[in-house]
Design a protein around this ligand. Structure first.
Ligand code: NAG
Ligand code: NAG
Length: 312
């Protein structure tokens, strides 16, 4: 009898794991064939070899690039070096990257580990750069003022909060105001693995301001990139492991109401129209995370490897 019980439990255990394993593989969807869609004028950007996880292009063509992310379980080609913010001027004929100096008395550049970034431009045209960083694999938001003449970032503030434990990306709505994604619920690495494997979908989106911090959307299976429509009325959230983009309406009181969900798997079958402008099977780029365009030019970044510049 005892043997039977053990075998039954073992069987149930195996079924549980097989079930979760197959759904895990579908959520990850890593082994699949990618059909190439080529662009004629692309080249790898010199000086980016350790990732460009996020980037943002200002309306004047200046691009900020977050480089050198270290993230648990992700490869790093320079594990002992801190990350950096690069600047690229897309108005130039043959644009190159320049590392922005970081200044400020309370800022420790040696543990800077930049992830998602976002800019905010105020009424007098001062540009602020907000950066998710993971010093010692914790989560902070570093607030900088961009000093264009000096080609530097003046560090103003480090933001930490208990509702911001596992930051991935953010979108600024003010100098110290933003929406941010937490890609996991748990902080502990062991619990994070189970959370991911079981597909608990406990990841969320938080609104932060100096006097009001709250969860504004939750229940995501790895909330990842977040951005805003050009008219700043809508917020887009990428739910990575569900292969969805959520569209939310943003209200004056900063709450978000869900409008629609774009299922990326069926992009060819459904409205709105989605065009694949570039696709590549891994010969050039590994693990691309971001792309942005400016006047017929496109930048594509990756988690831990290279970045691409294309003209079209
Ligand atoms: C993975 O993605 C491809 C392309 O989007 C899709 O056709 C396929 O069904 C997906 N596989 C799984 C296991 O979900
Ligand atoms: C926020 O604004 C929206 C739209 O005006 C409203 O429906 C909602 O009740 C408000 N929520 C709070 C918490 O004030």
């Amino acid at each position: 009898m005892a043997k039977l019980l053990v075998l039954t439990l073992l069987g149930l255990g195996l079924a549980f794991f097989r079930d979760h394993r197959s759904s895990y593989l579908a959520r990850m969807n890593t082994s699949r064939e990618v059909k190439s869609v080529e662009l004629p004028n692309c080249k790898l950007i010199k000086g980016i070899e350790t990732g460009a996880e996020d980037l943002e292009i200002l309306p004047n063509g200046l691009a900020f690039i977050s480089a050198g992310l270290q993230y648990p379980g992700v490869k790093s080609f320079e594990p002992d070096k801190p990350g950096k913010i690069l600047l690229m001027d897309l108005n130039e004929e043959d644009p190159t990257v320049l590392e922005l100096k970081m200044t400020g008395s309370n800022f420790d550049a040696s543990s800077f580990n930049p992830h998602g970034i976002s800019t905010f431009t105020d009424e007098d045209n001062t540009v602020y750069l907000l950066v998710v960083s993971h010093p010692d694999f914790k989560s902070t938001v570093e607030l900088f003022k961009f000093q264009e003449e000096e080609k530097s970032l003046l560090h103003l503030k480090t933001i930490k909060h208990e509702l911001l434990p596992n930051l991935n990306d953010l979108v600024a709505v003010g100098r110290e105001h933003f929406y941010a994604t937490n890609d996991h619920y748990f902080v502990d690495q062991y619990m994070r693995s189970w959370e991911l494997y079981l597909g608990l979908a406990w990841s969320n989106v938080v609104y932060y301001s100096p006097d009001d911090v709250r969860v504004v959307a939750s229940g995501f299976d790895f909330a990842n990139g977040i951005s805003m429509s050009p008219d700043r009325k809508y917020v887009y959230i990428a739910e990575m492991l569900a292969h969805k983009i959520h569209v939310y309406e943003k209200h004056a009181n900063w709450t978000l109401t869900p409008l629609k969900v774009l299922q990326i798997q069926n992009i060819l079958a459904e409205e709105p129209k989605v065009t694949v402008v570039y696709a590549e099977d891994g010969k050039v780029l590994h693990g691309s995370t971001v792309a942005s365009v400016y006047k017929g030019k496109m930048l594509v970044g990756t988690v831990f490897q290279k970045a691409l510049y294309c003209e079209f």
